[in-house]
Write a protein that binds this ligand. Structure first.
Ligand SMILES: Nc1ncnc2c1ncn2[C@@H]1O[C@H](COP(=O)(O)OP(=O)(O)OP(=O)(O)O)[C@@H](O)[C@H]1O
Ligand SMILES: [Mg+2]
Length: 433
């Protein structure tokens, strides 16, 4: 991404590398020029995911991060980078730096570069973050933890979704404020916050994710959040429910087929895997995939290559696979109903979405959320005082989906009344969907 021919010459002599993570092209350009002059090799990343990929690929001596990133929460990203690369200088472009390390000459040099970039002619200021504070005496962020109060200050400037914040306990007992809740995943219970944290960590990579959880817990919500937070978010999110498609058609649906490959194949067709090229493929109910197809899926996951049904040609496809199951897959593998090798290949990063009865404290928030949603079409209902204890006591076999349906039913049953009372709550058959 670094540009001109003169930059190329300088790159060749520079021995130290700095990764520059900012969505602001103007800012990157100005910093790059100054840093190249100081004989730094510069790698530019438009977001956190790209910066992480650079750092995994090659060591860097320093990381400069903008105060807002399009794909990741800056505080959490910086905290993770600090843990993964303890020796690397880590500075925010507004001059905020992390503690843990004396003022090294290298750090001073980077701070100098930041000020130089600030003082550059106004002509090249286009696109610069005009709210950035170019602190003369940088604010210090405690090592290992990034208080959102500090990092959050400039976050609202690009109209991003406000993240709900919570205080997590660190292993050493110190409270660390972190944004872990995801906007699409209502719930502030510790299990949901931990799940949010896991999603943020894994999302920027292309790692395969296996989502386990009972029906209606929100597995698809999780899969979509992973996609949204990844660098693939602008590309397709393709869904295939392995339980919903007859076994005989599933292979062609996944891998595509040529014309005449089988009876009824009057035209050739691109499969779902290819359709998701560059994006994410969500394989729902993976436990239902027939054993023969599991072998083929494993081959694809290992090689990144596939053959359409009836075709000898090999096609390379770049997709990130996310799989979900409501059945304990490891147990299915032990029973030989699921291939153990595929299970291991899918479960590179397993996450479990907890059942609603394990997080009853989320019920009031979820209920509010659904009543609010329903209130957009019909008059907004409230829960009567005695209704919440009833909702908290119930076992919710259909989990969040069932809660949504019970409230919808309650809103209908209470008619013109503004409150959903105990008599309007009917727990019924679990609705699948
Ligand atoms: N944490 C949540 N916040 C808001 N809505 C949620 C949450 N979890 C689930 N939902 C909603 O509940 C419904 C069920 O969620 P989803 O389809 O993701 O569940 P699932 O685990 O995939 O279920 P199944 O196993 O039946 O496929 C959806 O309408 C979803 O939007
Ligand atoms: Mg689902």
């Amino acid at each position: 991404m670094s540009g001109s021919a003169s930059a190329g010459v300088l790159d060749a002599v520079a021995s130290r590398t700095v990764v520059l993570a900012s969505a602001d092209a103007g800012l990157r350009e100005r910093l790059r020029r100054v840093l190249l002059g100081l004989r730094w090799q510069v790698r530019e990343a438009v977001g956190g995911a790209e910066a992480m990929a650079f750092l995994e690929d090659r060591r860097a001596e320093a990381l400069l991060v903008d105060s807002w990133l399009p794909d990741l929460e800056v505080g959490e990203f910086a905290g993770q980078m600090r843990l993964l690369y303890p020796g690397m200088e880590l500075l925010r472009v507004d001059g905020v730096m992390e503690a843990g390390g004396a003022r090294s000459p290298r750090r001073n040099e980077l701070l100098h570069a930041l000020r130089e970039a600030q003082d550059a002619p106004v002509g090249s200021l286009s696109g610069m973050n005009d709210t950035a504070v170019w602190a003369a005496a940088p604010t210090v962020i405690p090592a290992g933890g990034v208080p959102s109060a500090t990092w959050g200050k400039t976050e609202s400037r690009v109209g991003r979704t406000a993240l709900r914040e919570s205080v997590l306990e660190r292993a050493d007992g110190a409270g660390v404020a972190m944004s872990t809740a995801l906007p699409e995943m209502v719930g502030m219970s510790s299990r949901m916050l931990e799940l949010g944290r896991m999603i943020r960590l894994v999302a920027p990579r292309s790692t395969t994710v296996l989502i386990e959880g009972e029906t209606g817990t929100g597995k698809e919500v999780v899969a979509r959040a992973v996609h949204r937070l990844s660098s693939r978010s602008a590309k397709a999110f393709a869904v295939l429910n392995c339980a919903a498609i007859p076994e005989t058609l599933l292979e062609a649906e996944l891998f595509g087929h040529t014309r005449g490959a089988f009876t009824g194949a009057v035209q050739s067709r691109t499969g779902r895997i290819e359709a998701a090229h560059g994006g994410t493929l969500f394989l729902d109910e993976i436990g239902e995939m027939p054993l023969a197809l599991q072998a083929k899926m494993l081959r694809f996951l290992e090689s990144g290559e596939l053959q359409r049904v009836g075709d000898n040609e090999t096609v390379r496809v770049d997709v990130r696979v996310i799989a979900a199951t409501h059945q304990p897959l490891e147990q299915r593998a032990e029973e030989r109903a699921f291939r153990l090798d595929l299970y291991h290949r899918l479960a590179v990063f397993p996450v479990e979405v907890p059942a609603l009865r394990m997080r009853v404290d989320d019920i009031p928030l979820l209920a509010e959320h659904f009543l609010e949603q329903m209130g957009k079409e019909t008059p907004r209902k409230q829960l009567a005082g005695e209704t919440m204890p009833l909702l908290r006591q119930y076992g919710w076999p259909g989990n969040v989906r069932e809660l949504m349906h019970v409230l919808e039913r309650g809103a209908i049953l209470c008619g013109e009344q503004p409150e959903i009372g105990v008599s309007h709550i009917r727990f019924g058959r679990v609705t699948q969907g």
